[in-house]
Unconditional design. Structure first.
Length: 127
């Protein structure tokens, strides 16, 4: 198989295409979340924190502690917004159906056996 054919087979694998789609959609969704945080959440945070504190400029020797603290706070705020929007808000609209059971319990040995089984593979009793 030539390198061209191998590369074509690699690109056409489902997981590569799915990953590419996920990256593109994730990037677009990241812009939406960033705009939401910058435009709505951070102005609300300024009502809680005093405006004259420049905590993102804090340094300890040569270590820029404020920069790390700022990135951490930004991450936590973005993660909270994603959790609230995706998990809590949109989760209410998506109904999860319970999957039908594929196994049953053997009455003799209490092991799980397939639904269509007539004998337990563990103790060979009739189920």
């Amino acid at each position: 198989m030539s390198m061209k054919d191998e590369f074509k087979a690699f690109i056409m694998k489902g997981n590569v295409v799915d990953l590419a789609i996920a990256v593109v959609v994730g990037g677009a969704f990241g812009k939406i979340i960033t705009a939401f945080v910058d435009g709505i959440v951070m102005p609300l945070v300024t009502y809680v924190l005093p405006a004259n504190i420049k905590w993102e400029e804090w340094v300890l020797g040569t270590f820029r502690i404020g920069s790390v603290l700022g990135a951490t706070v930004n991450f936590l705020i973005i993660a909270l917004v994603i959790f609230l929007v995706l998990i809590k808000f949109l989760g209410k609209f998506v109904k999860k159906e319970a999957a039908a059971p594929t196994t049953k319990e053997c009455p003799a040995c209490l092991e799980q056996v397939p639904l269509k089984a007539t004998r337990c593979k563990h103790c060979t009793s009739q189920v």
